[in-house]
Write a protein that binds this ligand. Structure first.
Ligand SMILES: *Cc1c(COP(=O)(O)O)cnc(C)c1O
Length: 390
């Protein structure tokens, strides 16, 4: 993908996300060593704030990995080969849970959910009643491939009634964009990643275990060498990470987290919810209605009008207008556009995205009900006084 110098490039994807000017400045600072009193202070501050973002009393750990590393850490720190798990599969990331848990030797039951729909809590309840020896239920808070949100609070309540069953939640595009209070909702393992609502480049992942999960962690016979949370716990008590820390990302995280704690967490979530609502409404006005029956607040999937090639549409938006959105995968290839609204997304970014979408539709021979100017006016008005909160 080519970018001309000084031409605004709009990254409207569900990770990676645009960086704020403050984050870019911090990332450019001179390097320091990670075993220094100076960095120890940053780590301590980040550790305290992460707990307030996860809303847990438990420590939150960082791995130097993409989000998938935290998925692996979640499994290898709580499960043994032969353990029975239930993987809720409603898209590509659910498939990843199923594949990963199979590779570590679990007995995996897959609950297939129609793409674009949320899992039914009754179905999980029925499964657990029949299979009370299930060791973990694996789910996404938001299934990014279909932009669909699952009923995490209700699932947490249900699973908490089973003393030996953990609820493992991939909140990589959930945390910071939808309410997910870990302790209050009985979530046993919560993971996230830096390049989503944490507004940073890719390269850090986050994980926290509930008291119940820590108890079960004692029975893990073969922890992963790299992702061993027992070692990370010892390191954190000494003010360190077990392996080298990603100093620039952690320093930038310390700043970003100021916008994701206390009342600012709520504000950030509200902003995501507003962007999602405006995206659905503007899409509807362009004859691109929302695809999901349980739409997420971090990313929105819009259906591409009949007769328009979705792949050509996203390619045109990117190559000619420098707006990057994602298409659909597998069965949804060419049928949906996925517009991410996480990170440093300004009102201008939102207006431009829909102006460009309208323009690109026209260029591909489709006549949207609103021309570029009109849809931009709509988006501007719908966003009102709200601005990016950090
Ligand atoms: C982005 C994402 C991941 C992790 O992907 P990485 O490329 O490994 O960072 C996992 N689950 C969901 C739901 C995601 O959106």
């Amino acid at each position: 993908m080519k970018t001309e110098k000084n031409r605004p490039y709009r990254l409207m994807t569900p990770g990676p996300v645009p960086l704020s000017p403050i984050v870019r400045e911090i990332l450019g600072q001179p390097m320091i060593h990670h075993r220094t009193p100076e960095f120890e202070k940053v780590l301590k501050s980040v550790g305290q704030k992460l707990k307030k973002t996860f809303l847990t009393s438990q420590p939150v750990f960082m791995h130097a990995s993409t989000g998938t590393g935290a998925m692996q850490s979640a499994l290898t720190n709580t499960l043994n080969p032969g353990d029975k798990v239930l993987a809720i599969v409603s898209g590509k990331f659910g498939e990843r849970w199923a594949k990963m848990s199979e590779i570590i030797g679990c007995q995996v039951s897959v609950m297939n959910v129609e793409w674009g729909s949320a899992v039914k809590v009754e179905d999980v309840a029925e499964f657990l009643k029949k299979n009370p020896d299930t060791r973990a239920v694996l789910c996404q808070a938001c299934e990014t491939s279909t932009a669909t949100q699952h009923p995490i609070e209700a699932l947490g309540k249900l699973i908490s009634e089973y003393k030996e069953t953990l609820f493992i939640v991939d909140a990589i595009t959930g945390l910071g964009a939808m309410p997910l209070p870990m302790d209050e909702w009985h979530l046993d393992v919560v993971i996230s990643g830096s390049q989503k609502a944490f507004q940073l480049p890719t390269g850090l992942s986050f994980i926290a275990l509930s008291a119940k999960a820590w108890n079960i962690n004692k029975n893990v016979k073969k922890p992963d060498f790299y992702f061993d949370l027992r070692l990370e716990k010892k390191a954190i008590e000494k003010g360190e990470t077990h392996f080298s820390s990603v100093v620039p990302l952690v320093r930038a995280l310390d700043s970003v987290l100021d916008g994701l704690v206390d009342d600012r967490l709520e504000k950030a979530i509200k902003r995501s919810q507003l962007l999602a609502q405006v995206t659905r409404d503007a899409g509807q006005l362009l004859k691109c209605p929302a695809f999901s029956k349980s739409p997420a607040s971090s990313v929105t999937a819009l259906m591409v009008p009949e007769g328009v090639d979705g792949q050509a549409l996203r390619d045109l938006m990117e190559s000619k207008y420098y707006v990057t959105v994602m298409g659909g995968q597998d069965q949804l290839k060419g049928k949906i556009l996925r517009i991410g609204h996480l990170g440093y997304i300004t009102n201008d970014d939102m207006c431009a995205t829909f102006g460009v979408l309208s323009l690109a539709l026209i260029e591909l021979g489709f006549n949207p009900p609103l021309d570029p100017e009109k849809i931009m006016v709509f988006v501007r008005k719908a966003l009102g006084n709200s601005e990016v909160p950090f």
